[in-house]
Design a binder for this molecule. Structure first.
Ligand SMILES: *Cc1c(COP(=O)(O)O)cnc(C)c1O
Length: 380
């Protein structure tokens, strides 16, 4: 490959996916509009059943977004003011916002340095008489270590709520995320592995009681029109987004398989380089929402890649406990040395199903040249 050949590689390409689905999506949206049933109608009901079946759970409840899904799952599990919820700081802020917004206290534990998910060996020391729940995050598409987390929760009588917003379809020994905890939260934000055309989310659970509670809470705490048994919120999934999600759900496994193939291609080319590649825990099927490496001089590498046309991301540059918004919020259970260390070194490479083999190879080749200091002098 010529050194001066620049190929534009976006971080994600929503348009490419849209173009592959355009006719089907437009027809689904037109049908939804023609029915003029725009909220909690046939598409939401059908999608809830289809997504529950996909996850292997009894209930899925469509809500307005993933942040609300976390909030509603916490509330349905009885988490409220003064309760402590053990979670991670190495996540998107919404995980922690949901805890704070139910009035509870986030208690941060460190992540495992290989998988970036909650380090189960840190949980017991974080438990107090006020602990009510554990909220692990299936980060980047990799399930958290539920085999270790669930027995601890059971021993201490704690609820488990999965943040599955980045891991639609990921499995542990063949069982899908969203089915391990008391409840789980999914986001269908546009760029997620399953994304609507706008905001959308869902709560999954095997519990009839929790499902009924989330259904009530998402619609102003009502059981029947204008009959309100508790103060809820307005967080309904709308029919147009549900219609889009029903079209897209059929392709999710295929898209995840393509992401996996890209991850394998990256790993083949990058394994010789002085970068830390993602680790997949045994027995797990990773769905590669993000392909995250660690590299020295991350910001320089990122800058040079950008000049070569390669868009990258950092997920996330500032751990939640160090955010201004988190000042005076929550408590650290031990130090968060891994969380703070990886935040300085992580780099997310382009990853989306529609990437071409040429694009994957180009990104890998650019990275190889950058870490070998080959291109920094060549590119202006
Ligand atoms: C996207 C995301 C959320 C929030 O979902 P929204 O639909 O954007 O509200 C929560 N947690 C994690 C880990 C996420 O990636």
């Amino acid at each position: 490959m010529e050194l001066d050949t620049v190929i534009a590689v976006p971080f994600v390409d929503l348009r490419a996916q849209y173009q592959s689905l355009e006719a089907e999506v437009l027809e689904a949206i037109r049908d939804a509009l023609e029915s003029m049933e725009l909220l909690l109608g046939p598409n939401v009901h059908a999608f809830e059943q289809e997504f529950a079946d996909y996850c292997g759970v009894r209930h899925a409840i469509g809500v307005a977004n993933g942040t609300d899904a976390l909030y509603l799952a916490l509330r349905a599990c009885g988490v409220g003011p003064g309760d402590e919820v053990i979670t991670v700081s190495h996540t998107f802020i919404a995980t922690v916002e949901a805890i704070v917004n139910v009035g509870a206290i986030p208690v941060f534990v460190d992540v495992d340095p290989d998988t970036y998910t909650m380090d189960p060996s840190k949980i017991e020391a974080a438990i107090t008489p006020r602990t009510r729940a554990i909220l692990p995050v299936h980060l980047y598409g990799q399930p958290a270590d539920m085999d270790a987390i669930l027995p601890i929760a059971h021993r201490h009588g704690l609820a488990v709520i999965e943040d599955a917003c980045q891991a639609h379809g990921a499995t542990i020994r063949g069982r899908r995320v969203g089915s391990f905890g008391d409840a789980a939260a999914f986001s269908f934000y546009m760029g997620k592995n399953l994304g609507a055309y706008g905001d959308a989310g869902a709560v999954t659970t095997n519990s009839q009681a929790l499902a009924e509670c989330v259904r009530r809470l998402r619609d102003h705490g009502s059981v029947r029109k204008y009959e309100h048994v508790e103060m809820g919120v307005n967080s309904r999934l709308d029919e147009i987004q549900a219609a889009v999600l029903r079209v897209k759900l059929k392709y999710l496994d295929d898209w995840n398989a393509r992401r996996r193939a890209h991850a394998e291609a990256y790993a083949r080319v990058l394994s010789e380089l002085p970068v830390v590649l993602p680790t997949v825990r045994p027995g797990v099927e990773h769905v590669w929402h993000l392909y995250v490496i660690q590299v020295d001089e991350r910001d320089r590498v990122r800058e040079v890649l950008a000049r070569r046309g390669v868009s990258t991301g950092i997920h996330y540059p500032i751990p939640v406990h160090l955010q201004k918004a988190a000042k005076g919020v929550g408590r650290l259970a031990g130090d968060l040395a891994v969380t703070e260390q990886v935040a300085r070194r992580i780099l997310s490479l382009p990853m989306f199903p529609e990437m071409s083999g040429v694009q994957v190879a180009y990104v890998a080749d650019c990275l190889r040249r950058v870490v070998a200091q080959e291109v920094s002098t060549v590119v202006q």
